[in-house]
Structures are given as structure tokens and as C-alpha cells.
Design a binder for this molecule. Structure first.
Ligand code: HEC
Ligand code: HEC
Length: 362
């Protein structure tokens, strides 16, 4: 080796050593993250060291497109190209779950805010918790589902409490009255749900908190505090209270002063008609004919299967709901909304199409 080549290789070696050193001196977590409205909430949280619970299993085949098809039309094609069986005879996921934001502020889950926003955006008002942001949740079928839900398959929901895949399986067999989904189908649904994850812009979060998070990520200090501050701006779990139908003696308390016709109309359109119009997701048909409203009105306070109170409130598997009729928890539809619906139905039964004119300016 000549003197120059050996000098050269020495130089090369030291450069190599230096770069090695440089690699080792980088701290283990990402050095910094510029948070914008488009930044994913999970990206921020995991950069702060929070453990992500719903990660996609890379060892299982999955496809977000197939997942979306399963959710929205109830079937897809397998990886071999064969059409799958329907997930359920009629009740596909989108019968009961929305895939769009139910409100521009992820922290606002109030039924009234969601109904108004949904009505303005043509987003239905449904019993299932929304799929948008579902992947950011850490537990499923919470509260009363774990305690007082009395279905014979309640164990399925309980094992789904901390496991998104089991929650999906449980929901499809119990609520959708569907078949057992294959592992790749569930993984595909999880992959699809990852396309609906929360972004920072969905949170009504003040700039100073964003700065706290950025600073914590940069310095790797006070991470837990930053995580706890961030968590206040969206729902990690959706609370669920199962309520019984309003007692009969409280139902009759409706009046133009207490109740809102146009609100009841919104409930009828965004909820009831979503599934019952043209028997879309149900075998029981509802429409805007006066006859239909008269029928519903007649059954309000009777202990029959056509009482709107019983249909909406009794939970599947209970004495009042043997048919697994999708019910609403208190958080998904309030009693005030149900009373507004009663008012709407009553007026439509009485006045028919005239009712809409009459209450236009109320
Ligand atoms: C017939 C109605 C219905 C159908 C169809 C349906 N679900 Fe649900 N689902 C519900 C209800 C009701 C809940 C409970 C919501 C609550 O009160 O928080 C729920 C809850 C869930 C949850 C837990 C959400 C949470 O935050 O607690 C998951 C996950 C879920 N469903 C997945 C699915 C998937 C995937 C499908 C389609 C394969 C599906 N569901 C079909 C009604 C339905
Ligand atoms: C997510 C879909 C969905 C929504 C939303 C929905 N229903 Fe239903 N409803 C069903 C299904 C499914 C059944 C069970 C009967 C069947 O399979 O057709 C049912 C049953 C009923 C029944 C009993 C009919 C029978 O044959 O036993 C009534 C009454 C009823 N619904 C009224 C309503 C009203 C009023 C609303 C609005 C507040 C509403 N439903 C919202 C899906 C829905």
C-alpha cells in the first residue's frame, strides 16, 4: 500500500467511525415534530410515548379497500378474488355507524349538537358509536355494556372491551345478526378504520397546549403531562348508558312550548328513515304518509312492539327486545329528542303535510 492510499483509507475509516458515532448520539425518540392541523393525533401521542393499542397486525393480510367495502356494502372479494358472503343479511355496519365526523369538534358528542350538525351535512343519526376516530379509542362497549347488559351473548361484548378486533366480531354477530368474520376481514376493517383516525384539526385544542406537546417531544421531558393535557380534547372512550323507555305517565307531557317540531322532524329523517325508508335496513317500513304517523301515534303508549319508546330503548336480549332491534343509549339519543319526535309524529298524524307549513316559523 502506498503512503497516500493508506492515508486515504485512514481518512475513510475515521469518517466511517464519525458517522457511526453520529448515529449513536441521536436520542431514541424522534427529535422534533411540527404539529399542524393535518398531523394525526396518534402520531403526536406516540411521539410522546403513549402506547398505541390498535396497531395494524403486519403479519396478517389486510386491505383498507376491502375493509371499506365490507363496512359500506357488506361484502368484498377475498385475496383470491372470490366474492365473500354478506357480513349480515341486511344490517351492514353503515346501517348503524357513521363513517364521517359527527361534529367538527371531536370532543362534542352531545346528541343535540350532533343531530343539528348531521342534519346540515346529511349525516345520519345512528345508534352505533361513529367510526371516525374509532381507532383513537382505547376501550369499547364501555360502562353499562360491561355491567348491566343482559344479552345471552354478553360475554362476546365483554371480551371486546379491550380488544378492537373482538369488539368488531361481537358487534357483527350480536347487533348486525351477522356471520363470524374471518381474521383477514377484521384486519381489513381495522386497516380501513385507520384511514378515519383523528387529526389535530378535529380537536378544538389551544395553541399553547400544542406548544407544550411540541416542547415535550423535543426535550423528551414532561411527556406524561403533555399526554394528559392532549387527552382532554377528544374521547378515548365513548360512554354508554342503557336507559329504559320513558315511564308512560311522563310521555304525554308534550306541547309546542316544551317541544320542537323541527327537531323531531330531524330525528325522524336522520334516524328512523335512514333504516326504515323503503325497508332499507329493516323489514318494517316507515315513510311520511299521514297513515304511518297515525299508526305510530296509536302505539306510543301501548305495550306492543310498535311503540317508538320500546323500539328505541330496550336493549337487545332484554325482555322488551328479543329481535335485536338496534337501540340508542342515552348518549346517542336523548329523551328530549324522543319527546320532540313524539310531538312531530303527533302533529303529522293530526295535520298531515299541513303540519310542516304550520310549524315552519316556530
Ligand atoms: C344494528 C346496528 C349495528 C350494526 C349493523 C353494527 N353495529 Fe357496531 N355498534 C352498534 C351499537 C348500538 C354499538 C354500541 C354503541 C354505544 O353505545 O357506544 C356498537 C358498537 C360498536 C363498536 C364499539 C365502539 C365503541 O366505541 O364502543 C365497534 C368496534 C363496532 N360497533 C363495530 C362494528 C362493525 C365493524 C360493524 C360491521 C361489521 C358493526 N359494528 C355493525 C350497532 C351496530
Ligand atoms: C340502525 C337502523 C335503525 C334505525 C336508525 C331505527 N330502526 Fe327501527 N328497527 C330497525 C330494525 C333492524 C328493527 C327490527 C325489525 C326488522 O328487522 O325489520 C326495527 C324495529 C322497529 C320497530 C318495531 C317493528 C317490528 O316489526 O317489530 C319500530 C316501531 C321501529 N323500529 C321504529 C323506529 C323509530 C321510530 C326509529 C327512529 C327513532 C327507528 N326505528 C330507528 C332498525 C332501525
Amino acid at each position: 500500500m502506498s503512503k497516500t492510499t493508506s492515508l486515504f483509507s485512514l481518512l475513510l475509516l475515521s469518517i466511517l467511525a464519525l458517522t457511526q458515532l453520529a448515529v449513536h448520539s441521536v436520542p431514541e425518540h424522534a427529535p422534533s415534530l411540527e404539529i399542524t392541523n393535518e398531523t394525526k393525533v396518534w402520531k403526536v401521542m406516540t411521539s410522546l410515548g403513549k402506547v398505541n393499542v390498535n396497531v395494524l397486525d403486519k403479519d396478517r393480510p389486510s386491505s383498507k379497500t376491502k375493509g371499506e367495502q365490507l363496512v359500506t356494502r357488506g361484502y368484498t372479494s377475498s385475496f383470491k378474488g372470490n366474492k365473500t358472503a354478506l357480513t349480515s343479511k341486511k344490517l351492514f355496519c353503515v346501517a348503524c355507524h357513521t363513517t364521517e365526523k359527527e361534529h367538527p369538534n371531536a370532543n362534542n358528542t352531545s346528541p343535540q349538537s350532533r343531530l343539528e350538525y348531521g342534519d346540515s351535512m346529511s349525516i345520519p343519526f345512528l345508534p352505533g358509536a361513529p367510526f371516525y376516530g374509532l381507532i383513537n379509542r382505547v376501550a369499547f362497549f364501555t360502562n353499562d355494556y360491561q355491567n348491566i347488559f343482559a344479552h345471552k351473548n354478553r360475554l362476546a361484548l365483554q371480551v371486546g372491551h379491550r380488544d378492537i378486533r373482538k369488539a368488531i366480531q361481537a358487534c357483527n354477530t350480536l347487533y348486525a345478526k351477522g356471520r363470524t368474520l374471518d381474521a383477514w376481514e377484521i384486519e381489513s376493517i381495522v386497516a380501513y378504520l385507520w384511514t378515519l383516525e383523528l387529526k389535530i384539526g378535529d380537536l378544538n385544542i389551544p395553541d399553547n397546549i400544542i406548544q407544550v406537546a411540541e416542547e415535550a417531544i423535543k426535550t423528551n421531558k414532561d411527556n406524561a403531562r403533555a399526554v394528559n393535557l392532549m387527552r382532554r380534547y377528544y374521547k378515548e372512550v365513548y360512554p354508554a348508558s342503557l336507559v329504559l323507555p320513558l315511564p308512560v305517565e311522563e310521555r304525554n307531557l308534550i306541547s309546542p312550548v316544551l317541544n320542537n317540531f323541527s327537531n323531531g322532524k330531524k330525528v325522524y329523517k336522520q334516524s328512523c328513515l335512514h333504516c326504515h325508508a323503503g325497508k332499507r335496513y329493516s323489514n318494517f317500513k316507515l315513510d311520511r304518509a299521514q297513515k304511518t304517523f297515525k299508526f305510530l301515534k296509536k302505539h306510543f303508549d301501548l305495550p306492543t312492539r310498535y311503540s317508538i319508546y320500546d323500539a328505541v330503548r330496550y336493549s337487545p336480549g332484554s325482555k322488551g327486545n328479543k329481535n335485536n332491534i338496534p337501540h340508542y343509549t342515552e348518549q346517542r339519543m336523548s329523551n328530549k329528542q324522543l319527546q320532540d319526535l313524539r310531538f312531530y309524529i303527533t302533529q303529522k298524524a293530526k295535520l298531515g303535510a299541513e303540519a310542516d307549513n304550520y310549524y315552519k316559523h316556530f
